[in-house]
Design a binder for this molecule. Sequence first.
Ligand code: CTP
Length: 406
Amino acid sequence: MPGAELAGKHLVLGMTGGIACYKIAELTRLLTKAGATVQVVMTDAATQFITPVTMQALSGRPVYTSQWDARIANNMPHIDLSREADAIVIAPASTDFLAKLAHGMADDLLTTLCIARDCPLLAVPAMNRQMWQNPATQRNVAQLRADGIELLGPDSGPQACGEVGDGRMIEPEAAYEAIVSFFTAKTLAKRRVLITAGPTFEALDPVRGITNRSSGKMGFALARAAQQAGAEVHLVAGPVGLDTPWGVYREDVQSAQQMYDAVMHELAIGAYDVFIGVAAVADWRVDHVSEHKIKKTAERQVPNFTFVENPDILAAVAKLPNAPYCVGFAAESGDLDVHGEEKRKRKNVPLLIGNLGPLTFGLDDNEVVLFEEAGATKLPRAGKHTLARTLVAEIAKRLPGRNPPA
Ligand code: CTP
């Protein structure tokens, strides 16, 4: 879980009737764990699928279901509950509720709360595919979008009714990511960002190879942060056991040569604004990969390998005629100040992010120094997701013709 990234945010989580209500238990847990306060409001129909007691236990706050609730002193829950909200999230949003929202109806607590709001409204639709495709629903959805309501999903796939198609609710993790993204300043709007991450694997024979201890966490966190800042992100990943960040396009490779080819291909077919080389690329590979598994010999002879140098991806990208803004990473085991600036100049990149590397491989936090022409700046130690957001903001500031934050 990427830290308290929703600290200070107050959400009204409106639940309407549908089997996807069970997914909202997990969404509530993710939101509260990230520091948000979550005020659950349920329609009568929602209470048929999951109890207010469960939602109260998970949100840590009393749940409201009726506009006649006597717990609100002035008896105006439709006003009071939304006034301190940063956003109302309707999840799951049923066919009926979307229709009511589109027509401005106010016949229960949740609909009244929505129409009386002065904060953004996000809706996470969940319904059968025929209900979603119905022209009436599509008309309502178009109206809601025109009214500035953001729809998160729906997803496509198998449905509770046994049918397959569009309409199922996006997974709670995806809804969580979309909510975080909603609150993130769009400092990289309309930008295209290409990132390498993870280690590479250089084969010796069909079963063995040489790799390194890079976990890929920093590169994946940067891809996530760049996507949330509004960028279109293409992530070229070496062999890692990490989930693809929501909304990021991921391409898996094994060797340094494959990573180089994937990066060069991407840059040949489309323009990128930023290239961030986070991958721990192997410097060498064996000049000949054995076709068969290398066996022990009767004489117990140890194998000898001859190595050749791999292409330097970052340096090659920086040399391209229309090079994107290039950012390098360097993990050093000592003398960071000397090696960091020397490496930045050698690779001819405007920005190099250095850290005392092997110590942080696989860990969830990191301490880095920014090396650039103007000098070196140390950033405070932080979790990789917090650091990724800071680095994305720093990179956005340095882009030529940068977008103002949304
Ligand atoms: N890099 C790359 N291709 C390579 C080697 C490195 O793109 N073949 C990139 C890394 O992704 C990183 C930066 O260059 O952004 C620095 O990586 P590092 O391994 O520290 O650089 P090296 O040139 O290999 O230096 P060293 O001799 O310290 O290993």
